[in-house]
Design a protein around this ligand. Structure first.
Ligand SMILES: Cc1cc2nc3c(=O)[nH]c(=O)nc-3n(C[C@H](O)[C@H](O)[C@H](O)COP(=O)(O)OP(=O)(O)OC[C@H]3O[C@@H](n4cnc5c(N)ncnc54)[C@H](O)[C@@H]3O)c2cc1C
Length: 404
């Protein structure tokens, strides 16, 4: 008997297996994952798991017993090496072949690597998996010199953990501001100031040209400048894992191309999570997102359609980042706004920036303001009274009620 086969054992896979059983699917479910762990959450890897606050059991999406209880077969430490669409089967590196009725590809993404002088020296790390963090944690002793390459969310989250653990932290960013790719100049300036005030040294317009060290990294080289390093963490983005899909002849273009039902160019194969490129009917554009809400929701939509449903994936993207005691929650794309309204006090680390276009709310960044964030999710696409929006004494419920 065939059944449902899921390639990749990450966020999307874990959610898909649970959703299949919730939907009363009774056939076989097999998850193939090349890591040794049951599906787990990656966000804590640069936050509470890195700092040691969170035990590994709480990093797992669900305990191992869940898969036994729900009769889900996990093939861990196993790589899917080929998809044969004619025979509807997947080949594994064990030599085994698995037949599928429907296949979900949720292969996620991998860390983008540096390929420069010395980049293979011990002490240079990437941060994508539990194994990566276990290796980093073993080297994160106080007073050591930690150099972070890349001032994106992962790099900055690591910086906050590092400086709180007493390391000397330097962040090297090649662009003229941190978070350049993902946020506004105002939010970049806010986070720059925040990190500097906590003791992190941020160097913008700084491109790494190589590493040196005798059997272990000891210096990061940036042209004529060099930084002492006992430990380097590189966070310069990811590459979607699309090769398996590409080799099987599926359409790939910055991710595995799916339709609004999360279906690939083969009607029996779906793709969800970081590896997929989907159309967003609310924003009228195609997106490849790297976020947990996207992986979870695409998995749910895929499952519904794999079981014969007719569900469209349509959601405004949202994301979060934890740095120090600050929780940043973002919805929509701030770059879509042509004006902004600040509610609350940036200086007190308690505020929300609403982005508007043609008088309508298109996005928001909320720092330590979960209520504003929840309201903003409902305000997207609506026209609001901007004076009321800016007045933090005004009632959020009134604001929502008056939005059109
Ligand atoms: C350090 C870090 C912090 C993050 N923080 C946040 C955050 O705060 N908020 C947020 O929304 N998102 C965050 N993200 C992003 C989020 O974790 C990802 O978007 C999410 O994990 C994507 O889920 P996925 O199921 O698509 O892929 P993944 O979770 O990457 O899982 C894919 C799995 O498939 C495996 N695989 C690939 N190819 C094969 C193959 N051929 N055979 C078998 N297995 C294979 C991979 O090794 C991997 O284990 C963070 C990511 C990282 C790395």
């Amino acid at each position: 008997m065939s059944g449902m086969v899921i390639i990749g054992a990450g966020h999307a896979a874990g959610q898909a297996a649970a959703s299949l059983r919730q939907a009363k699917y009774e056939g076989p479910i097999t998850i193939i994952g090349d890591e040794l762990h049951v599906p787990y959450q990656r966000p804590p890897l640069s936050k509470q798991y890195l700092s040691g606050e969170q035990h590994i059991d709480r990093v797992y999406l669900r305990p191992a017993s869940f898969y036994t209880d729900k009769d889900v077969t996990l093939k861990l430490g196993t790589t899917a090496t080929a998809i044969d669409r004619d025979s509807k089967s997947v080949t594994l590196d064990t030599g085994e072949t698995l037949a599928y009725d429907k296949l979900l590809i949720s292969t996620g993404s991998r860390a983008r690597k540096l390929n420069i002088d010395g980049s293979d020296l011990p002490g240079i790390h990437y941060l994508r998996t539990i194994a990566d963090v276990d290796a980093i944690r073993a080297e994160m002793a106080s007073d050591r010199n930690l150099v972070i390459v890349g001032g994106g969310y992962i790099g900055l989250e690591v910086a906050s953990v590092g400086v709180e653990k007493g390391l000397n932290v330097h962040v090297l960013e090649m662009e003229s501001r941190i978070l350049q790719r993902v946020t506004t100049p105002e939010m970049s300036a806010y986070y720059h100031q925040l990190h500097t005030s906590r003791g992190v040294n941020i160097h913008t317009d700084t491109t790494v040209s190589g590493f040196s060290g005798d059997g272990q990294v000891s210096k990061v080289l940036c042209g004529d400048t060099e930084f002492d390093a006992d430990l380097v963490i590189v966070g310069i983005g990811i590459i979607p894992n699309v090769e398996l899909a590409q080799d099987a002849g599926l359409e790939v273009d910055n991710g595995i191309v799916v339709d609004d039902h999360c279906r690939t160019s083969d009607p029996d194969i779906y793709a969800a999570g970081d590896c997929s490129n989907h159309p967003n009917p609310l924003l009228n554009r195609r997106l490849r997102l790297e976020s947990v809400p996207n992986a979870m929701e695409q998995a749910r939509v895929s499952v519904e359609n794999m079981l014969g449903g007719d569900k469209i994936y349509a959601a405004i993207p949202w994301f979060w980042s934890d740095q120090y005691e600050l929780k940043l929650q973002m919805v929509g794309f701030s770059a879509d706004g042509s004006s902004q309204v600040v509610r609350g006090e940036m200086a007190e680390n308690h505020f929300a920036v609403f982005y508007l276009h043609d008088g309508k709310v298109v996005a928001a960044d909320a720092v330590n303001s979960p209520k504003e964030f929840m309201v903003c999710k409902q305000l997207i696409g609506k026209t609001v009274d901007q004076a009321l929006l800016a007045d933090s004494a005004s009632d959020l419920k009134d604001l929502l009620a008056s939005a059109k």
